[in-house]
Design a protein around this ligand. Sequence first.
Ligand SMILES: C[S@@+](CC[C@H](N)C(=O)[O-])C[C@H]1O[C@@H](n2cnc3c(N)ncnc32)[C@H](O)[C@@H]1O
Length: 187
Amino acid sequence: MLLAAGYTGAEPLIDPLCGSGTIAIEAALLARRRAPGLTRRFAFQRWPGHDAGNYQEVQAHARESELALAPAAIVASDADAGAIEAARENAARAGVAGDLRIEQVALRDAHPPPGAGLIATNPPYGVRVHADLPRLYADLGELARRSGYRIAALVPDRRPAGRSEVAWERAIRTRNGGLNVELLLAR
Ligand SMILES: C[S@@+](CC[C@H](N)C(=O)[O-])C[C@H]1O[C@@H](n2cnc3c(N)ncnc32)[C@H](O)[C@@H]1O
């Protein structure tokens, strides 16, 4: 999602509906240039011809190339106290707690850092929240207009997204949590 939105870590990012913090944490890992899979083991490490010494050098080089801190601000906010607690725990476990500003705040009061940046988010969906969706998408569009940020939103149904009053373009189709979703982008 972040790569499809053109995020490199050089611009500020906010997820104002952050839930457990997945998107902001991934953003911090990308911004820090953390090599994917750096801490996991791979099946090839058990191959007879595997050169363990060479692989350790590759891993060491990847670690040395990592930035100590994300170069631009990353904000994760949510109205729900439980979500914020989970996001804090997950960020600490991923080793990026120092890269994120995590705060309990409603979407309409979210305050992105100054400068052009990216709102990257996965708005709520489902029958339970259906009545609130038009308001929520209107608030999302308003946040983009007052901050000057572009938006990347992962949505299962693009109809309520029209309430944002931004020019959405579909970047990719994929599946999330067992649902067909699309990534919408707007600048
Ligand atoms: C689909 S979840 C986001 C999941 C998230 N990407 C993750 O990795 O866990 C949507 C989130 O939006 C939050 N939310 C819903 N309405 C909100 C509002 N008006 N202001 C702030 N957060 C809101 C919910 O608390 C929920 O955590």
